[in-house]
Design a protein around this ligand. Structure first.
Ligand code: PAF
Length: 285
């Protein structure tokens, strides 16, 4: 496995090894088994794999969140060296390498970035689109692998690729969960022990929603979720929506749904100071 920090080094590597365009796994580091499952999936499908580790400042709407985002570069490299092959590489650029000047680009994804995370984290998806497009320009991958935990991000990146990078296949990978059901996330490292102990309730609540979705109206599902989450000490619900899996429009009534669409129950909450998200596919009829 090689480690590069500059665009020039990546270009030089491509000249030397004459491999096919790589499969790409973009990350912000603080790697866990969920990231490794994306890397393994890329390795099974691609001759060469690139992983980026870059904590992207432009996607943090809260400067404190950016400051406290876990950074564990040595552990990350050691985990990756256990799975990556000789020509595979890790790209760990500096902020100046990614943003030589201020990135003033404004992306508009229509309704996709105006709901759920987009409403609660203004500017977040603009920052994600800025960094992902920069990384796509540098890495020039044939495919890119993203986890379904960040379901809205995945949908927006598919749209970015459809508009601007039609040659890059976006591969959606299933959510990896801890034994108690908590979706794996770099943020889990920051949970207080008492919050971590209770965090399995999030997935149990989503499974509860999936189990009752056929019989209940959307507002009943919402009450069920807000009730359950409010009973967990230290937890605070930010939103719960049942959204169309294609255009992400949140539903108000089951009568708005169509038979040929997929629906997802999406949740965001605070466990103490740590913001967590999760989702589950549900059938409403
Ligand atoms: O999902 C993430 O870790 C980040 O949003 C991404 C896609 C690496 C862009 O910074």
């Amino acid at each position: 496995m090689k480690v590069f920090t500059t665009t020039g080094e990546v270009a030089g590597h491509y000249l030397k090894c004459r491999c096919e365009a790589p499969g790409f796994v973009p990350t912000m580091g603080a790697l866990h088994e969920g990231h490794l499952s994306l890397v393994r999936s890329a390795i099974t499908k691609c001759q060469m794999v690139a992983v980026s580790i870059f904590v992207n400042p432009t996607q943090f709407n809260d400067p404190e969140d950016l400051k406290k985002y876990p950074r564990t570069p040595e552990e990350d490299l050691s985990m990756l060296s256990g799975v990556m092959r000789n020509d595979d590489f890790v790209f760990m650029p500096s902020p100046e390498e990614i943003y030589p000047g201020p990135d003033t680009r404004r992306f508009d994804f229509g309704t996709l970035d105006k709901v759920m995370e987009g409403l609660h984290r203004p500017g977040h998806f603009n920052g994600v689109a800025q960094v992902v497009s920069r990384l796509f320009d540098i890495i020039k991958p044939s495919s890119a692998f993203f986890g379904q935990k960040d379901f809205q991000q995945l949908t927006i990146i598919k749209e970015l690729a459809r508009r601007s990078y039609p040659g890059i296949r976006i591969v959606a990978c299933p959510i990896k969960r801890e034994k108690d059901g908590l979706a794996m996330s770099s943020r889990n490292k920051r949970l207080l022990p008492e919050h971590r102990e209770r965090a399995g309730e999030i997935y149990k609540t989503l499974k509860g929603v999936a189990g009752m979705a056929r019989e209940k109206e959307i507002d009943e599902l919402k009450s069920f979720v807000s009730d359950r989450i409010s009973k967990i000490p230290g937890f605070r619900l930010e939103y719960f929506e049942v959204a169309d899996g294609g255009n992400l429009t949140p539903l108000n009534m089951k009568s708005e749904m169509a038979d040929n669409r997929r629906y997802y129950a999406c949740i965001a909450l605070f466990a103490g100071e740590i913001r967590l998200i999760d989702n589950i596919r549900i059938s409403l009829r």
